[in-house]
Design a protein around this ligand. Structure first.
Ligand code: H2U
Ligand code: ZN
Length: 345
């Protein structure tokens, strides 16, 4: 017997977090008689009088949105973190430890149009969202260690509203995932004298089997250690620690590659594709960001059709994450999809 990674179960290592994932490529043909999700409603009006994000409308706390023309940011009316929290000593010796956390949460509308998604916006409109992500990150980074820019898209990911929007949570403490990424990138840099994710970009450009898209400034790959079936990692080709460090060219190219990626995702099952995405830049308590390479994670929950979702249950909850199709197979499917959105065909 010869080991073939497209046939035999194996584990893959995630060098960013130090976690392992179980890959079961022989399992893709199993039948599914479980739950099916409803595909999202596709026809939305340009303006919805009941939407709390549309221009000019009232929000839950009674404030009225301005009649904005492109992007719009406001403080989350139900913020999970607050700026004013009293001090508390961390009782490190106790089994019952607690630490206070300070922060701010904001909501950002990508467009005044209720009916659009990022995939359907123009390059110029997406570039304004990129600029806003960068500007907000820089501003909050002056006061907080961690700035998490993210988007939850679609009912399946628990988005509360289809209006194109994202969120930003800034916190005085690093979350567990960025803390692990920081530790692993730092250790790699100390050992090799180069940045982990820049070396990874080089590897993916050389091997090409997990590459989905590339342009002058960016690449998109299904990472070797991907957990979600069609998970991707978006990375700049050159060293860049944080969103505000991106130059004009990189921002323009980012808008271009984002649109192409999101169109491919929509084309995969011909449905407005649900996902959670977010940016990881160097924590703001680090002066020297040499070890850290900016990147965005895309985590889509769909598995084999618009209606069959991947569940992280059982073994995944109790032992470690698991996937069926290999990252290489997922990358090939994404790579072969057209650049033209299915709605315009
Ligand atoms: P999600 O769709 O990703 O849940 O983001 C919507 C956010 O908008 C959510 O965090 C906030 C919710 O707290 N929100 C307001 O700030 N004002 C409102 O009037 C309703 C929802
Ligand atoms: Zn709306």
């Amino acid at each position: 017997m010869v080991f073939d990674a497209t046939e035999y179960p194996h584990r893959r290592y995630n060098p960013l977090t130090g976690e392992w994932i179980l890959v079961s490529p022989h399992r893709t043909k199993r039948p599914w008689q479980g739950g099916q999700e409803k595909p999202p409603a596709e026809d939305r009006p340009v303006y919805d009088p009941d939407c709390y994000l549309c221009p000019g409308n009232l929000r839950a706390n009674g404030e009225r949105n301005p009649t904005y023309d492109d992007t719009f940011v406001f403080v989350n009316d139900f913020a999970a973190v607050l700026p004013d929290v009293p001090d508390l000593d961390d009782t490190q010796e106790s089994l019952l430890r607690m630490r206070p956390v300070r922060g701010e949460a904001r909501v950002i509308c990508f467009s005044p149009r209720h009916d659009l998604t990022l995939a359907q916006m123009s390059h110029a409109e997406i570039a304004l969202v990129v600029d806003l992500w960068a500007e907000q990150t820089g501003e909050l980074g002056r006061r907080y260690k961690w700035v998490q820019v993210f988007e939850n898209r679609g009912d399946l990911m628990g988005a509360s509203n289809p209006h194109p929007h994202g969120q930003i949570w800034a916190t005085s403490e690093l979350g567990d995932i960025p803390a692990a990424e920081d530790r692993h990138q730092r250790a790699y840099y100390e050992r090799h004298g180069s940045a982990l994710l820049l070396d990874y970009v080089g590897l993916e450009l050389e091997k090409r089997e997990r590459l989905v898209l590339e342009n002058e400034s960016w690449i998109v790959a299904v990472p070797y250690w991907a957990i979600w079936p069609f998970e991707t990692l978006l990375l700049p080709r050159k060293h860049c620690p944080r969103l505000p460090d991106l130059d004009r060219r990189e921002r323009r190219d980012l808008a271009e590659i984002l649109k192409r990626l999101l169109i491919r995702y929509d084309n995969l099952f011909e449905v407005s594709f649900p996902y959670s995405m977010g940016w990881h830049g160097a924590p703001y308590d680090t002066r020297d960001g040499s070890h850290w390479q900016l990147h965005a994670h895309f985590y889509p929950p769909l598995l084999r059709s618009a209606t069959v979702k991947k569940f992280m249950v059982g073994y995944e909850m109790l032992a470690e994450a698991q996937r069926d199709i290999t990252p290489e197979q997922a990358a090939e499917r994404l790579r072969n999809l057209p650049d033209l959105h299915y709605k315009f065909r």
